[in-house]
Structure formats: structure tokens, C-alpha cells
Ligand binder design. Structure first.
Ligand code: TRP
Length: 323
């Protein structure tokens, strides 16, 4: 069975873009691969944050992943910083990674434009990703479009390591996830909690209704009597994920024939989203009421992960010729 590695930053709970992109594919891969899934708190350190918020963010992310069906009996779910080898392998991989490869990463360029001081962690971010993957000798990595370039770099780093120290790691290959890029409620930028355009899975029903009321729709449809274009409308595009094919077809037809306005479309979407995530929200709240359960699961996960990581590092240290 091939090994999969994937990871998500502890942003607190996830938004519907994370859910449709990453989380759902994590669940789909269970049983088909040996899966290692990590909550990557070390990656999150590259952004400004409040230390007191970090632990709750990790815990909330874990609760939602578990509630979404990331079954700890079928995968290894753990927190990145609990396995010290991530940072160790990252340092080693830094030493085979050309600086120029890092500065030309699109995400590095975007992120460094948005902050006042560009810390070296932002630059080395993809090297830590490569370490995450190689530590478990994962050959498959589910990625959305925004991480494709980072995975290519991870492959390049793998080749450089193998070229310098002898064949050690197989090159990790992508698994392209089905919902590739979910735009934010502004309909312009990628959905992101930090950009303030995200619909969170844990948002209360009223918050979901309110956020969707203000969502971007079809700019060419000025009046309710204008026929809509469901194929290019942001709200209509989301409908398919949360309603049955029949209901989606009906909603799209209403929009196209101008019998339903954008407000109606948004209302229908809000109710469907609320219903869709109801079980997940309940399950996650239940888990959060018992944080010791979450700690136990993540502790077990770290133990399993550590064993594999330590084994890999033994080989790596040998290859490097360390004393
Ligand atoms: N950078 C990824 C993201 O923000 C998260 C991540 C960290 C990751 N390490 C990884 C994804 C390794 C895949 C493989 O989405």
C-alpha cells in the first residue's frame, strides 16, 4: 500500500474551501493508502499570531477533522511539532535547496508582499513541506492547485538529496483533489480565513445566512427579472456541492429563467449549507467538550508518526555521514 502525506494549518476550524478541497479528499483516501495527516503548527509560525491562541486553534482543527470523518483508526493524525524530526530533516534539506528555487515560489512572492518583515520561515516554508512528506516516505500527496508548485519543489529537493547522498527517497507524486479552488465570498480571491472572505464550517446558522447574503453573484444580472447565468455565478457554483443534483438543477433553472432572484439563490444555498454541516458541527462540539479524547488521539498519532520519522532519520544521518 502506498503512503500518503497531507497537512493542514491550524487556523482554528476549517472553511468550506478547506472542506471541499483538502478534508474531503483526506476522508476519501482512507483505506486506500497508508495515510499520515498532520496539523502543521510549525508552518503556522511563519505568520504573526498570539501564542495563547495556538493550542485552541490546533484543538479546534483536530475536532473538526475528526468530526468530518478523518478516522484515527484508519490513519495517523498528529501535530507536526510533536514530532521533532520535521525540523531536523528540514534543516538538512535546506542544505540541498538552492536559494533561488525558494525566492521564485509564487506563494513566497505573494506572502512577502503582504508582510512588513519577511522572516526566513516564509522563505523556507516549502522545505519544511518537503521534510513533512519525506519523513514518512510518502509517495502520494493530495494537493490543490495552490500547492502544486510546492510539491514540484519537494520533488526537486528529493532529486537533489538523492543525487548528493545516494538514492534514498522516492519522489512524491500529486493526487489532484476534485474541488481544486474555492473562491472566497467576494468571488475574487481564494477563500481564506485571514482574508476575511471565508465561510467557516462552524459558523452559526445565522452567521452563514448573513455571510451568504453579502456573497458575490452574477455581476451581469442587475434586476431580478434579468435571466441569470448559473454556470458563471459564484453562488450557483457552490450549490452543487451542498444540494442533490436534482435540486441543483432546479435552482439553476430558477436562476436562468429569472423565476428566482439572487436573493432566493443565496437563501437556498444558506439553508443547504447549514443542513449539510449540521452533523459535523454537533460532532465537533461534542469532541471539544471532551478535550482529553482529542489529546489522546493526537498523542497516539504522534507516537506512531515518531516511530516512522525516527527510522527515516537513522537512514538520513547515515547517508549524510554524520558522526
Ligand atoms: N502548505 C500546505 C497548505 O497550506 C500545508 C502543508 C504543510 C502540506 N506540509 C505539507 C501539504 C505537506 C501537503 C504536504 O495547504
Amino acid at each position: 500500500m502506498e503512503t500518503v502525506f497531507s497537512a493542514i494549518q491550524p487556523t482554528g476550524g476549517f472553511h468550506i474551501g478547506n472542506f471541499l478541497g483538502a478534508v474531503q479528499s483526506w476522508v476519501d483516501l482512507l483505506g486506500k493508502y497508508r495515510c499520515f495527516y498532520s496539523i502543521v503548527d510549525l508552518h503556522a509560525l511563519t505568520q504573526d499570531y498570539e501564542p495563547k491562541d495556538m493550542a485552541p486553534r490546533v484543538e479546534e482543527m483536530a475536532a473538526e477533522l475528526l468530526a468530518a470523518g478523518v478516522d484515527p483508526d484508519k490513519c495517523t493524525l498528529f501535530v507536526q511539532s510533536h514530532v521533532h524530526e520535521h525540523a531536523e530533516l528540514e534543516w538538512i534539506l535546506n542544505c540541498v535547496t538552492p536559494y533561488g528555487d525558494l525566492t521564485r515560489m509564487t506563494q513566497f512572492k505573494d506572502k512577502s508582499e503582504r508582510v512588513e518583515v519577511v522572516n526566513a520561515g516564509i522563505l523556507n516554508y516549502p522545505v519544511l513541506m518537503a521534510a513533512d512528506i519525506l519523513l514518512y516516505r510518502a509517495t502520494r500527496v493530495p494537493v490543490g492547485v495552490d500547492q502544486v508548485q510546492h510539491l514540484e519543489l519537494a520533488r526537486e529537493i528529493t532529486r537533489r538529496f538523492n543525487g548528493r547522498f545516494g538514492e534514498t527517497f522516492a519522489e512524491p507524486m500529486p493526487i489532484h483533489t476534485k474541488a481544486l479552488k474555492i473562491l472566497g465570498l467576494d468571488g475574487k480571491q481564494k477563500m481564506s480565513k485571514s482574508l476575511g472572505n471565508a465561510l467557516q464550517v462552524s459558523d452559526a446558522p445565522d452567521v452563514i445566512r448573513k455571510k451568504l447574503q453579502n456573497a458575490f453573484t452574477d455581476p451581469t444580472r442587475l434586476r431580478k427579472t434579468d435571466p441569470g447565468h448559473p454556470e458563471s455565478c459564484y453562488v450557483c457554483g457552490l450549490q452543487g456541492y451542498f444540494a442533490s443534483p436534482e435540486e441543483t438543477a432546479r435552482l439553476h433553472e430558477g436562476c436562468r429563467s429569472a423565476t428566482a432572484g439572487c436573493v432566493d439563490s443565496k437563501r437556498a444555498l444558506a439553508e443547504n449549507v447549514i443542513r449539510y454541516f449540521e452533523p459535523l458541527r454537533e460532532k465537533s462540539a461534542e469532541l471539544r467538550a471532551h478535550p482529553e479524547k482529542i489529546r489522546q488521539i493526537l498523542g497516539d498519532g504522534a507516537q506512531t508518526a515518531r516511530k516512522v520519522a525516527q527510522e527515516t532519520m537513522r537512514t538520513v544521518r547515515e547517508k549524510l555521514g554524520l558522526y
